[in-house]
Design a protein. Structure first.
Length: 261
């Protein structure tokens, strides 16, 4: 039924569908359980999504549902359609949010996952998946727990390395510059492919404590853990006092079974 007059109803002789101005569109409620709180002032049906119209002759404000707006009133319903789409999206977001909260209660580890997502790229991927889907599989939760252990162990090792580096720097140790002799342990060996084929690189820690990244001398079969001696031109890093880049390695010998080869 109309609020105070039947002028807004199709059966009234004074009803003029072109005599209305759209004021706004709105959702009558935020809770899906409490929808359809108003009646359409044109047909009387219960409605949730409302187009609020002003009668230009009387100044009265009425509420109209989408069906009547589309079939009876000569007003664009683009804003009304956008409102309905937003309402559906908000309902979907609310449903996901409720599932997220419930999952967090059942599996508290996901709270830590969200807090630590920046500590590992896989944690970041899993956190994003959880926020999108509101769930993680048992295997994924197990992986999260394993990654926490791995990350924590890496933090401990890094703290130990940082403490050792700080101690060496305090003792005056730093990476030298120029053509020098290096005597140390190979920490790692890696192979890289470029336009000229494959190139082997090694990370070596000198007995004095500094490290250099160097090409593996030609014809040398080396691996991590070997003790090595060679001459190279070293350029210290701008970011790390204990690190440098070695070029043109030569006069290379490695310790094999107690003998320098």
């Amino acid at each position: 039924m109309a609020k105070a007059s039947t002028i807004h109803q199709a059966g009234n002789k004074d009803f003029n569908p072109d005599n209305y101005q759209l004021i706004k569109c709105y959702d009558t409620c935020d809770n899906e359980d409490d929808k359809y709180l108003l009646n359409c002032d044109h047909c009387g049906s219960r409605i949730r999504y409302v187009a609020q119209l002003k009668n230009l002759s009387t100044g009265e404000i009425i509420n109209v549902g989408e069906t009547c707006l589309d079939s009876r009133f000569g007003i664009t319903r683009a804003e009304f359609d956008a409102l309905r789409a937003e309402g559906r999206l908000n309902a979907q977001r609310k449903t996901i949010a409720e599932r997220v909260d419930a999952f967090k209660i059942e599996f508290p580890i996901v709270n830590e996952l969200i807090a630590r997502r920046e500590e590992h790229y896989i944690l970041a991927d899993l956190a994003g998946k959880f926020e999108r889907d509101a769930t993680l599989s048992t295997k994924q939760l197990d992986l999260v727990a394993k990654l926490f252990v791995q990350v924590d162990e890496q933090k401990v090792r890094k703290a130990e390395r940082d403490a050792k580096s700080a101690e060496l720097i305090a003792q005056g140790v730093k990476c030298p510059e120029g053509r020098i002799s290096i005597d140390g342990i190979i920490l790692s060996v890696k192979s890289y492919e470029n336009d000229y084929g494959f190139q082997m690189k090694m990370l070596v820690q000198d007995v004095f404590g500094f490290k250099v990244w160097s090409s593996v001398p030609e014809y040398r079969d080396v691996k991590a853990g070997m003790q090595i001696r060679f001459t190279a031109t070293v350029t210290p890093s701008n970011d790390d006092l204990l690190f440098g880049f070695a070029k043109r390695p030569a006069k290379c010998t490695v310790l094999i079974e107690g003998e320098w080869m």
